[in-house]
Design a protein around this ligand. Structure first.
Ligand code: GTP
Ligand code: SPV
Ligand code: MN
Length: 588
């Protein structure tokens, strides 16, 4: 497969450590993939679904104690603690290696080690970076074949180059007490043990494309961000691209694939998805910021996905998809989840594999159940998806789940204020990570769990990038999640969010006005088109309410931002402290 000495030496060492019975190289062929699918079905690791209704689709169940990312067990092991900063869990690399080596020792006896060579981005893109993941999980192999470009062609691209990200994953005993997701940015390596779930084990995703990549991006002068990328096509054919950073399970996949509401669709507006979770951004030759999606598929939240909310995602899951922790509909050997439709199957098994019919009030699918689907099967995939140069970005959007504080949308005054807005992001926690749900926490740039170095240095890098980009995108903030006194979302969201995106692009083009406020530029309520939203309860007055800013709440929020800055400590850039002081002054 390869003569690359660095690759072969490293694999030799891991084989000596883990002692697998067998080593299998993943070549990227359909024959090998099909054989692995069959093997996984024979052991129960996968369940083959109805070939007529869901061709090439499989169901997988994780262990009950292994259903989400585990931030408390996720480490950044740099030489000094200062490099990892006060927000990340840190451990001395030598100490951590000793601990991990003890866990990995002989852990693959009786098992097979798979070698997955993969590329984040098209291998021929100047953005591309190569990784090799070693794993004892067929589920991981099959997911990586969807989520990345994997196989022999990646080794051919790598050639003799020793520069690749090393990833070692072992399921071991799925013991949560000894679960570790560890990054060694200075060694270009990732170690994962005792989990079999998504972001903990698909090492190309959060571990590489965000944590390791953000560290590389800081050193190399680019950005690795937790952002979707979408294109909006105007009726005249003009295309504009936007990125948006929302925390986990806060609407990236949905926004990236949105369907324009009828009144826009009939005028000819279209939306194209370039990416739903991660963006790598570089300054292009034209002085603009250009983005690629380093992934090749979607690892999307299943619950809530339906023909109305996200028909594009649903369509992408109708073939060649792996479902994780959803309901198994035994009536026709298909899948179901809460929010797919209002008819839970009568003869079914819940995500734990227990008999379930929805009558006892329990949820059938885990709230963080997921689908792994190929990007090319998404009906609205952008024609630029495989463009190695990426797409030029007009606007960057930050956002999160805020029941009260944040208005529907506002624009930052300039780049540094925009970086402040990103740094001051907060959101209610979701089921995407282990722990309490619905608690507001600060989540700067939606990167709290994903920055691979000191958060203060990460902010400084953003400020620095602003000085280097001749034509930077404009920066905005959105909030689809304001609630009324009964806790119901006021804004209808989903496809209707296009109305807000069009205001944003109007601001970029300079064709629409705004009101200057203490927090930034707010829309004039008449500048957001709400035609056809009467049934959703959106009147001009309701919209005015959604755009209102409660100064007392904002003052409280400023205090919370200050506390977070203090926690990040003296690496917090002076520019951001100045922005906070200026905001407080404007708030009075
Ligand atoms: P990760 O894959 O964890 O990064 O999540 P994500 O940011 O891609 O979130 P996703 O689009 O999967 O949405 C998560 C949840 O938010 C789903 O239950 C959606 O139904 C819900 N959601 C998405 N967009 C909206 C919206 O505009 N309004 C409301 N009210 N809910 C939304
Ligand atoms: C997220 O939690 O932001 C995800 C899912 O996209 S995972 O791959 O598990 O990180
Ligand atoms: Mn995500």
């Amino acid at each position: 497969m390869t003569k690359n000495k660095a690759v072969l030496d490293w694999i030799d060492e891991q084989v000596k450590l883990c002692k697998p019975d067998k080593v299998v190289w993943i070549d990227g062929s359909n024959e090998q993939r099909d054989a692995l699918r069959a093997e996984a079905c024979s052991t129960g690791e996968l369940i083959k679904l109805n070939e007529q209704k869901l061709p090439g689709c499989y169901l997988h169940r994780t262990a009950k104690n292994d259903v989400a990312r585990v931030e408390s067990r996720t480490f950044i092991c740099t030489e000094t603690q200062e490099e990892a900063g006060n927000i990340n869990n840190w451990c001395d690399p030598k100490e951590m290696h000793a601990k991990l080596n003890a866990l990995y020792k002989d852990c693959m006896v009786g098992r097979t080690m798979y070698v997955i060579p993969y590329s984040m981005c098209m291998p021929e893109s100047p953005f591309a970076k190569i990784g090799i993941e070693l794993t004892d999980s067929i589920y991981v192999v099959l997911n990586m074949l969807i989520m990345t470009r994997a196989g022999q062609k990646v080794l051919d691209t790598l050639g003799d180059n020793p520069d690749f990200v090393k990833g070692l994953h072992a399921k071991k005993d799925i013991d949560e007490e000894n679960r570790y997701i560890v990054h060694f940015p200075q060694e270009n390596s990732i170690c994962s043990v005792n989990s079999g779930y998504g972001g903990n084990v698909l090492l190309g995703k959060k571990c590489f494309a965000l944590r390791i990549a953000s560290y590389l991006a800081h050193n190399e002068g680019w950005l690795a961000e937790h952002m979707l990328i979408l294109g909006i096509e105007y009726p005249n054919g003009e295309l504009h691209y936007i990125t948006a950073a929302f925390p986990s399970a806060c609407g990236k996949t949905n926004l990236a694939m949105l369907i324009p509401p009828e009144i826009f669709a009939k005028q000819g507006y279209k939306v194209w998805c370039v990416g739903d979770d991660i963006a790598w951004l570089r300054i292009g030759p034209d002085g603009r910021l250009w983005a690629v999606n380093p992934e090749n598929g979607f690892f999307g939240v299943a619950p809530g996905t339906n023909v109305k909310s996200n028909p594009n995602a649903l369509a992408a899951t109708r073939r060649e998809t792996i479902f994780t922790n959803v309901v198994h509909n035994l009536e026709d050997n298909t899948v179901w989840w809460e929010g797919l439709d209002k008819n839970p199957p009568k003869n079914a098994e819940n995500w734990l594999g227990e008999k379930w019919d929805g009558s006892d009030g329990t949820k059938g699918a885990h709230p963080n159940s997921r689908f792994t689907a190929m990007a090319e099967n998404c009906p609205c995939i952008s024609k630029e998806f495989n463009n190695p140069a990426g797409v030029p970005i007009d606007a960057i959007i930050f956002g999160g789940r805020r029941a009260k504080t944040a208005p529907l949308v506002y624009q930052s005054f300039d780049w540094n204020h925009g970086v402040y807005v990103g740094s001051a992001m907060a959101s209610e926690t979701t089921a995407a990570a282990a722990g309490a749900v619905g608690v507001v926490r600060r989540d700067p740039m939606a990167m709290l769990p994903f920055v691979g170095y000191n958060m203060g240095d990460y902010w400084a890098h953003w400020i620095d990038m602003g000085k280097k980009i001749p034509n930077p995108p404009k920066i905005f903030n959105v909030n689809w999640f304001r609630t009324d006194d009964n806790g119901h979302f006021i804004w209808p969201g989903y496809g209707e969010n296009l109305r807000v995106l069009l205001w944003i692009l109007g601001r970029v083009a300079g064709t629409v006005g705004a009101v200057e406020s203490a927090i930034g530029y707010l829309p004039n309520p008449e500048d957001i088109n709400i035609e056809g939203l009467e049934d959703s309860g959106i009147t001009r007055d309701v919209l005015t309410g959604l755009l209102s800013v409660d100064k007392d709440l904002w003052k409280e929020d400023a205090d919370s931002v200050e506390q977070f800055y203090n926690k990040v400590g003296d690496h917090t850039p002076a520019e951001l402290r100045n922005q906070l002081a200026a905001l407080r002054k404007r708030l009075g």
